[in-house]
Write a protein that binds this ligand. Structure first.
Ligand SMILES: [Zn+2]
Length: 452
């Protein structure tokens, strides 16, 4: 359901190629007048609360008033490599930066978005250490910590719109403090008074915005909390602040940590070859062998999630999602054949055309009926003397479950080839496991009877 919705929103489908990873911009537009707010996540690669919250804005929210521009993965290479900053702290590169700095290109790109005439307000999402407190309480709760705070560089700006950032921040703290999971998580406003001589803060993204006449705030969740709770606070803060600014948001999941975790952990799609090969990254086995990939340099792929990346890793390809490594593909390289888009299958006695790239559900058995000249390979199914597995009746019990694509052993690969070229893949999902096994055993007995 969500996938179909996302297919309709091209802003949410990221197309990428392996190589240097660059951040993506997702414009969520309501079609109704209202301000345009830029939300940035992942300026430091080891802050999953911030980048998952921004990513959920792209995948699971709709904007009902105004516009949101979301960059969920600003320091994408560092996110994927699980580093705060592969090339040093990106959030200290906004005052001056040498043009040969490895982050120069990405910093220039985000600066251009911040200063774009459309942008009215900028929100930068962080996960900070410990808990910010105005006075020293202990090593985790003191003025040098950043967690659970709303950061402003100064009380007000000279801009015409949204100038009173201090007022916004205090109203926001009050609001989020009504939704604390425990009183220890309470939020504070922290004014860094950057213009009064804070040399470090003067190098940051938000202060670059301020210097360019754009109101900006930083939102910090605490690194002491699990990711689902950091995202919980970030989403509460985002919803509250965007409402204050006049941007309308809609979501269809409950704003509570376990529901948020379920959204983060489900429906992460990857597709190759114009979507004729699709993979559910969330449920994939940790390693998939003989994965058909296109010969030649650079792999182009699509994902419904902006935190997914394919990263070459020796002779294998890693599928990463944010800070996590989801599966390792051992590729087998082919030229791709683009001559067919669907294939005839007989599923539980019924003939139908199945699109390449689709997942089709099978209760008992299936067979594949491609046009002449195509070869079928059902991964894990073998029969002596059978090379082309077209026209064969195939049941779940005949495929060892270690060949499944998913960890639960329900999803199997049906691959099509034309001569030595790969034409596409259908995934077969066997229905209810117990039912499937019972019927398979019955069928085996039947088959044995027929042979004897
Ligand atoms: Zn940070």
């Amino acid at each position: 359901m969500r996938w179909l919705l996302l297919l309709g929103l091209c802003a949410a489908l990221s197309a990428r190629a392996t190589g240097a990873l660059e951040f993506s911009l997702h414009k969520l537009e309501s079609g109704l007048p209202g301000p345009t707010v830029l939300v940035v996540g992942g300026i430091q690669g080891d802050e999953p609360g911030g980048f998952h919250a921004a990513s959920l804005l792209v995948t699971d929210y709709r904007v009902s008033r105004g516009q949101l521009w979301v960059v969920p993965n600003l320091n994408f290479e560092s996110i994927i490599r699980r580093s705060r900053g592969l090339n040093g702290d990106m959030n200290r590169k906004f005052a001056t930066l040498a043009s040969d700095d490895p982050d120069y290109h990405e910093v220039e790109r985000i600066k251009a978005l911040i200063t774009a005439p459309e942008i009215d307000f900028i929100i930068n999402l962080h996960d900070g250490s410990g808990f910010y407190r105005e006075s020293y309480f202990d090593t985790l709760h003191n003025p040098n910590r950043w967690g659970q705070s709303i950061i402003i560089d100064q009380e007000a700006l000279g801009t015409s719109r949204f100038a009173q950032v201090g007022k916004f921040a205090r109203a926001l703290a009050q609001r989020v403090n009504d939704h604390l999971l425990t009183p220890q998580h309470s939020y504070r406003v922290r004014n860094t008074r950057t213009a009064e001589g804070d040399a470090e803060m003067a190098k940051t993204l938000t202060y670059f915005a301020i210097r360019n006449g754009k109101p900006a705030v930083g939102l910090e969740a605490s690194k002491s909390l699990p990711t689902r709770e950091r995202v919980y606070y970030h989403l509460h803060l985002l919803e509250g602040l965007l409402e204050q600014l006049g941007v309308g948001l809609q979501r269809d999941f409950a704003l509570q940590p376990l529901a948020i975790e379920a959204q983060i952990e489900s429906d992460i799609r990857l597709s190759l070859f114009e979507e004729k090969l699709r993979l559910d990254v969330a449920t994939a086995r940790h390693r998939l062998n003989y994965f058909p990939m296109r010969r030649g340099e650079g792999m182009h792929y699509l994902s419904n999630n902006p935190l997914v990346a394919l990263v070459p890793n020796g002779d294998k390809v890693r599928v990463s999602y944010g800070n996590r490594r989801m599966t390792l593909l051992q590729p087998q390289f082919f030229d791709y054949d683009d001559s067919i888009q669907q294939v005839e299958m007989e599923i539980d006695g019924e003939r139908r055309a199945v699109s390449l790239g689709a997942t089709t559900t099978v209760a008992r058995r299936f067979s594949v009926h491609p046009p002449a000249g195509y070869r079928v390979n059902v991964i894990g199914w073998t029969r002596p003397g059978v090379d082309n597995e077209a026209e064969q009746l195939i049941e779940r019990a005949q495929i060892p479950s270690r060949f499944s694509v998913d960890r639960d052993g329900t999803l199997y690969r049906v691959e099509l080839y034309r001569e030595e070229r790969f034409s596409g893949m259908v995934l077969v999902r066997f229905g209810d496991e117990a039912v499937g096994n019972v019927s398979s055993r019955e069928d085996e007995r039947q088959a044995a009877d027929e042979r004897s």
